[in-house]
Design a protein around this ligand. Structure first.
Ligand SMILES: [Zn+2]
Length: 651
């Protein structure tokens, strides 16, 4: 890798991608995407354009400060100052400074046409605007880097190369850390990009970047040519969303840079999950995935022609330019039922080592997965759904509860107020839990009633958050008869998991996702599910204490999450109490304080408390229920609790 070229990936999904007419990102969407991009190793994340008319973006820059990012730098986007205004009096530059983002990216004019005809100022004033704006931002104490986007640079260069270059010199002398050449209208050809970048590279010392649009269908090619000619930063958007024909597709570019151009960048480490990245972002922006997307699309490695299939089966590279597994995709033989699915088998092996592909159970499972995918399931973006399906199919889990009945009632009062009420009846062991809840809507009421019914039996339900919820109507001729896919993100203090539900009935699809999401949590707590979580970076409530010894491992597995808990306890008992912040936690604290008075707490107990956390909760829950039912003196309960607890310690 020594001879590889270092390139920085600058993602603008949250700003330029959000210009796509089909996309409208909420603050929560933006924060979630930012965490994902950071997890995948993007170097820069452009969060938006903070200004008084854009409150979501202003808030984003405040909220993102609370998120612990591992690698990415957050950039705020804006423009140079207006003509004839001092930078310190320019409201847009002030908003940029106020964002507190470590990287400030501003665009300015390089094309004389835009200077004289669009913003209508003099060519000299435009030069001064570029230099003074960058210089002003460089002096801001929070600013670590200023990136200058030379808007319309290639069109400007073709119209008046001397002036276009002068604008770049102004950016350089203003102190820009990066100068990014933009093909804003997307009409430049790859060979023009290459020739112009080479000329600029010979004159400008500041490192160069490229930012192109896809109006000629060449955004990926143009970005690669720019890198070839000397740019070391590529700006683009995951999956190529954007205004008009879209932005440069960073998903494709990342794979091309690595596989075809021997470039090195942080995201390389995650390329084997590229398809997962692409699918996750599609889910959050709520757009269908492009079947034909290079590297990551469903059809990217789908072979149909008989001769092609024959060739691939003999030598895969005879009809494949890269190995599909290197980007998290899989080979599909369209005309054959038994072929394909090798990636699924790999995943099965990770869940149940030693499983044999020839086992009839595996064949049935593969068939079921295929049928479900045809029905609208998308397991790449809902890994927890996949795991649960496998666990159930292979008989590896016992259902922690059984749904006896659920019902949702929608009511509208004469005053026009809508009220949703859900009733849920579950069987847990030999007990029945029957609960009613109201909610803002049927989905909310259903979620609340299900949790309420589970909580007395599974106290950890109180820790589960529903972080994201998206509904997609999958193609149909009759809208009301369409299949609906619900995609959810559940989270707790250790990370998150995605669950899907598919049905022609939207309530049923939601119900499936909720039941599976909470079942999954119970199985995590029971230590049945391995590698339960995606990444900690996704957790919106970052843990207060980070265990550095386990941070080498990227994935927060159920195993290292208990290590994490153990570490917390070892440092300070109080910290653990802080960790359990719900009602149950407070009650435990009450008991524990009492116990502490008797000075019985020894190191061994702490360890055991964790290894048997589940039993402990059960035990605790029993006492809690007794207390509630019989109103027994709390001291007796504490005593009973600790006697049982002591027994547990002796095991
Ligand atoms: Zn753009």
């Amino acid at each position: 890798m020594n001879s590889s070229k270092k390139v920085l990936l600058y993602d603008t999904t949250l700003r330029d991608g959000n210009q796509d007419r089909k996309i409208s990102l909420s603050l929560a969407d933006k924060l979630q995407i930012a965490r994902i991009l950071d997890h995948y190793g993007f170097d820069y994340i452009e969060g938006g354009w903070p200004n008084p008319s854009n409150p979501t973006d202003e808030e984003f820059f405040q909220k993102i400060k609370e998120v612990k990012l591992k690698h990415a730098k957050i950039a705020a986007f804006g423009s140079t100052r207006r003509p004839k205004v001092l930078p310190e009096q320019d409201p847009l530059l002030q908003a940029l400074v106020k964002s507190g983002a470590p990287v400030k990216t501003i665009f300015g004019k390089s094309w004389d046409l835009h200077v004289t005809e669009v913003i209508r100022t003099t060519l000299d004033e435009n030069i001064a605007m570029i230099r003074s704006s960058i210089n002003y931002l460089k002096q801001d104490e929070n600013t670590k880097e200023v990136v200058y986007d030379a808007e319309h640079f290639f069109d400007g260069y073709k119209a008046n190369s001397v002036y276009a270059l002068l604008t770049l010199f102004a950016a350089q002398s203003g102190g820009a850390d990066y100068i990014v050449l933009c093909d804003t209208n997307g009409g430049t050809m790859p060979w023009e990009i290459e020739a112009i970048v080479e000329k600029v590279k010979a004159l400008i010392k500041t490192p160069l970047g490229i930012h192109v649009h896809n109006d000629s269908g060449l955004a990926v090619a143009n970005s690669l040519y720019a890198v070839k000619a000397g740019c070391s930063m590529v700006q683009g958007v995951v999956n190529g969303y954007g205004e008009r024909c879209g932005n440069a597709n960073l998903t494709t570019i990342a794979a091309d840079l690595f596989f075809k151009m021997n470039c090195n960048f942080e995201t390389v480490r995650k390329l084997k999950n590229l398809r997962q990245l692409s699918g996750s972002i599609d889910q959050i922006v709520n757009l269908p995935s492009d079947v034909h997307a290079p590297y990551v699309g469903d059809a990217a490695f789908a072979h149909k022609g008989g001769a092609h299939i024959d060739g691939v089966m003999k030598v895969s590279r005879s009809f494949e330019h890269v190995d599909p597994h290197t980007v998290g995709n899989d080979r599909v033989f369209v005309t054959s039922d038994q072929a394909g699915g090798s990636l699924v088998v790999e995943k099965l092996k990770a869940i149940k080592p030693g499983i044999d592909k020839k086992d009839p159970v595996v064949g049935k499972l593969l068939k079921e997965i295929k049928e479900r995918e045809n029905a609208g399931w998308h397991f790449d973006s809902a890994e927890a759904s996949f795991k649960l399906l496998v666990y159930r199919h292979l008989g590896m889990v016992q259902e922690p509860f059984k749904v006896l009945n659920y019902r949702v009632i929608e009511d509208k009062t004469p005053q026009g107020v809508s009220v949703s009420q859900a009733t849920v009846k579950l069987q847990i062991g030999d007990k029945i839990s029957h609960q009613v809840s109201e909610g803002d809507g049927p989905v909310n009421a259903l979620d609340a009633a299900l949790r309420k019914a589970l909580l007395p039996f599974f106290p950890n339900m109180a820790k589960v958050r529903l972080d994201d919820f998206k509904v997609r109507v999958l193609g149909s001729n009759v809208a009301s008869d369409a299949t609906v896919r619900v995609w959810t993100t559940f989270g707790d203090e250790h990370g998150f998991w995605n669950m899907a539900g598919v049905s022609s009935n939207i309530i049923e699809a939601c119900w499936m996702a909720f039941v599976d999401g909470l079942t999954y949590k119970i199985l995590i707590d029971e230590n049945v599910v391995k590698d339960a979580y995606k990444h900690l970076a996704f957790s919106s409530t970052a843990p207060k204490i980070v265990d550095s010894s386990s941070s080498k491992n990227d994935e927060c597995t159920s195993e290292n999450s208990s290590v994490y808990m153990l570490k917390l306890l070892k440092q300070d008992d109080g910290k653990f109490i802080e960790h359990v912040t719900n009602e149950v936690g407070n009650y435990f604290q009450m008991m524990k304080e009492d116990y502490d008075k008797e000075k019985k707490l020894i190191d061994q107990e702490k360890k055991l408390l964790l290894s048997s956390e589940r039993e402990w909760y059960k035990l605790f829950d029993d006492k809690h229920s007794i207390l509630k039912k019989n109103d027994i003196d709390i001291n007796n309960i504490i005593k009973a609790f600790w006697i049982d607890y002591d027994k547990l310690l002796k095991v």
